[in-house]
Write a protein that binds this ligand. Structure first.
Ligand SMILES: [Zn+2]
Length: 149
């Protein structure tokens, strides 16, 4: 399967998850065939409530995702990544090396977690920020250390 086919299969599976708002064992299996352990890691991030959707203002036309990476680092040393979905982008090293440079992966676990967060239409973890705070995150490309929930 080439990259384009993998990509469209991924989008198709995400579409069916979005439709049912839940994941079946078969969907997880297809994703695992496509993406390997990235799926397990992304589901771990979802299960541990590590994904937050940061929205700008009440209308929330602009948003990004903050992922606290609990997969490898111990709790006290959690790394935080920022993701966009359109276009897909993540601040982590895996995204830069494997997805952009080597093109051997479709997504990193953070982007996949954000995609699943959207597909499952999670309400928990949505944080509304004012314009200034949101702009500061984009400008410094640093996630806020404190936030309102
Ligand atoms: Zn990432």
């Amino acid at each position: 399967m080439n990259e384009q086919q993998s990509e469209s299969l991924l989008n198709e599976v995400l579409g069916t998850i979005q439709h049912s708002k839940e994941m079946t064992y078969d969907q997880v299996r297809v994703l695992h065939c496509l993406l390997g352990n990235t799926v397990v890691e992304a589901l771990h991030l979802i299960d541990t409530d590590s994904v937050a959707r940061l929205e700008c203002g009440d209308q929330a036309k602009r948003h990004l995702y903050r992922i606290q990476d609990t997969v490898e680092a111990p709790k006290e040393k959690k790394e935080t990544q920022l993701c966009f979905l359109l276009p897909r982008h993540c601040t982590c090293g895996v995204f830069l090396s494997s997805v952009i440079c080597e093109q051997k992966a479709l997504v990193c676990r953070h982007v996949l977690a954000a995609l699943l967060f959207e597909a499952l239409q999670r309400q928990q973890g949505i944080i509304t920020l004012d314009e200034e705070t949101f702009a500061e995150i984009l400008y410094t490309w640093n996630p806020p250390t404190t936030h309102r929930t």
